[in-house]
Design a protein around this ligand. Structure first.
Ligand code: MD3
Ligand code: FE
Length: 203
């Protein structure tokens, strides 16, 4: 089912369900090369979400700030390639949502355990704000917080679960957003975790 949340924001419920096992397998393969790690914020706090990246560019955060880098700082190697199954799904979903020709060069892997959260922020580290962002949710469900153009704006809560794909672009691209603390639970394919794959055009 395709739902429009508002202009530029589309939820494709269950869009990734048929490929879920292959997606999870591909993620696990990539994480053997570039392992999950909890990054620090520029302010020195450790993020509750564990992260890694696939693609030509990977998003990192440390005391120096937020940026995209072409090599994993943990092993000095290029990040693993974006697995074809993930790339194809993101391209099909963005096309379905009205963004043809999306060519992501960055896939951020976010892994949440119960209690982990992501506070309200904007995604502003990419060079091409015309490209959408595609998010694939696997494992435990979550509540997305979808705000406005300013931090103080009212926030909508959107329940997302295993297999849901969200596409954000156009007027929704710079909205504040976040993830409420993940509730305890077990998912049959991934255990007590939520995996979010976020595909972007960084450069
Ligand atoms: C709405 N990740 O990594 S993806 C992030 O579920 C991030 O892990 C969340 O926000 C997660 O930066 C949410 C969904 C998302 C991504 C970008 C957006 C929603 C967005 C940009 C604008 C509005
Ligand atoms: Fe974000």
């Amino acid at each position: 089912a395709v739902e429009s949340l508002e202009e530029g924001a589309t939820i494709l419920r269950g869009w990734a369900l048929a490929d879920a096992e292959s997606l999870i397998h591909a993620v696990q393969q990539g994480l053997m090369q570039s392992a999950l790690r909890q990054m620090s914020t520029p302010g020195g706090k450790t993020m509750s979400v564990a992260m890694s990246n696939f693609g030509s560019w990977g998003w990192v955060s440390d005391r120096q700030g937020y940026r995209y880098v072409s090599k994993d700082p943990e092993n000095a190697e290029p990040w693993p390639e974006i697995p074809a199954i993930i790339l194809n799904l993101a391209q099909a979903a963005s096309k379905k949502a009205g963004f043809a020709g999306f060519t992501p060069d960055a896939c951020l892997v976010n892994v949440y355990v119960p209690g982990a959260r992501m506070s309200l922020h904007q995604d502003k580290d990419e060079q091409d704000m015309d490209a959408p962002i595609v998010s694939i949710s696997l494992g435990l469900p979550a509540t997305f917080l979808f705000g406005g153009a300013q931090r103080r704006d009212k926030v909508k809560r959107i329940f997302v679960e295993h297999g849901d794909v969200l596409v954000w672009g156009g007027p929704a691209r710079l909205r504040y957003h976040g993830v409420a603390p993940i509730k305890p639970g077990e998912h049959p394919l991934v255990g007590a975790r939520r995996i979010n794959l976020t595909l972007r055009k960084a450069h």
